[in-house]
Design a protein around this ligand. Structure first.
Ligand SMILES: [Zn+2]
Ligand SMILES: [Zn+2]
Length: 372
């Protein structure tokens, strides 16, 4: 990866010349080997780094080149590879666009070139990388409490040899030979109306008028190479089956240092054996003894948040539902939770001891039930 000169100087990418100058001055003062306190070697290295950054960013033309060819695309490793993307549930329609999510296993990769695929919309500048779609399976509990999930993505990443610039390291930037620096190519065709000129953006420099004198020997000037990478994504608590998380800039790398595409992760939530979830509410069933149902009792109900005591009133009928408020799943982007709803199933014993049988017979007499 090329160094991020903006980061080194501690300025924004859109910083003005004056801001850059000021940042350099104060950093240089701090790390100047003659003035720095502490580790001399470290200060020296830092000073060198700052000078190098200013040499580029302090020069209008060099800065423009750096912005254009430098590794400013924030891709992969830089910030730990993800999780930064905003959550975008339902913001993307997977059913309409003809994307096929059927029959694929976890980690299947769906490469679809849609939206701002680059070239067409922008006639100048490097093309934006393609968006990427992946499916990610998570556990029932992970969807409720949130998690950091790891997944693998096989995609076009920035070429490591040239840091995505497409130029062989050390190669000079020179006038494009194809368009002689004009950024355009003109073709002339003879038609019945005479010679017709057709002008198009130069394919070699994408309209920049400049290219590297020597193309990168690894990626042959595209600035990209296919790579399998492990990525991490933060799954928000309360995410639902089918939700889509957008990871900005985690799609495929753009050509020649162009902006990376986005990665769309469709979340599949594994079902639970004990619980059923409908949006933020969670449902379960629980068996109780018929004596408890008759006399009433306090029982423990298993919820995703642990066991909760529930008072069953005397005379509770089978299939009665009880609501335990706020013990459901968290609602997305909210501090609220859904409810837990438990359906009580009353069990009748299949076998009785001799003593129990006697007691029931007494009970039958007492209740006036005639047992034949
Ligand atoms: Zn050209
Ligand atoms: Zn390369």
């Amino acid at each position: 990866m090329a160094k991020d000169f903006y980061k080194i100087l501690g300025v924004e990418k859109n910083a003005s010349e004056a801001e850059i100058k000021k940042a350099f001055r104060s950093a240089a003062r701090k790390y100047h080997p003659d003035q720095a306190t502490g580790d001399k070697k470290e200060a020296e290295a830092k000073f060198k780094e700052i000078s190098e950054a200013y040499e580029t960013l302090g020069d209008k033309q060099k800065r423009a080149n750096y912005d254009r060819f430098g590794s400013s695309a924030n891709f992969g490793g830089g910030n730990g590879g993800g999780g930064a993307g905003g959550f975008n549930a339902g913001g993307f329609d997977f059913s309409g666009g003809g994307f096929n999510f059927e029959g694929g296993g976890i980690g299947d990769i769906f490469e679809t070139f849609f939206g701002g695929g680059g070239g067409g919309a922008k006639s100048r500048g490097p093309a934006r990388g393609a968006n990427l779609e992946l499916r990610l399976k998570i556990k029932f509990e992970e969807a409720i409490f949130g998690t950091t999930a790891e997944f693998r993505a096989d995609r076009l990443a920035q070429c490591e040899h040239c840091d995505g610039t497409g130029g062989e390291p050390g190669a000079k930037i020179a006038e494009c030979k194809t368009c002689h620096g004009t950024g355009e190519v003109t073709t002339v065709r003879q038609t019945v109306f005479g010679a017709m000129q057709h002008r198009a953006v130069c394919p070699d420099c994408e309209g920049e008028g400049k290219t590297f004198e020597k193309k990168c020997s690894v990626c042959h000037g595209t600035g990209r190479a296919r790579k399998m990478e492990k990525l991490k994504v933060k799954i928000p608590a309360g995410v639902e089956n089918g939700a889509v998380i957008r990871l900005a800039g985690q799609g495929e790398a753009g050509a020649k240092g162009g902006q990376a595409g986005d990665l769309f992760l469709q979340i599949t939530v594994e079902p639970s054996r004990e619980f059923e979830r409908r949006s933020a509410d969670i449902f379960s069933t629980q068996k109780i003894n018929f004596i408890e149902a008759t006399l009433g009792n306090e029982i423990a109900v298993k919820t995703v948040h642990g066991n909760v005591k529930l008072k069953i009133p005397a005379g509770t009928q089978s299939h009665t539902n009880f609501k335990i408020k706020n013990y459901g799943a968290p609602k997305l982007n909210s501090s609220e939770r859904g409810d837990h709803l438990v359906k009580i199933l009353v069990e009748i014993p299949k076998k009785l001891s001799r003593k129990e049988k006697e007691l029931f017979e007494k009970l039958a007499t007492e209740a006036g039930v005639n047992i034949r």
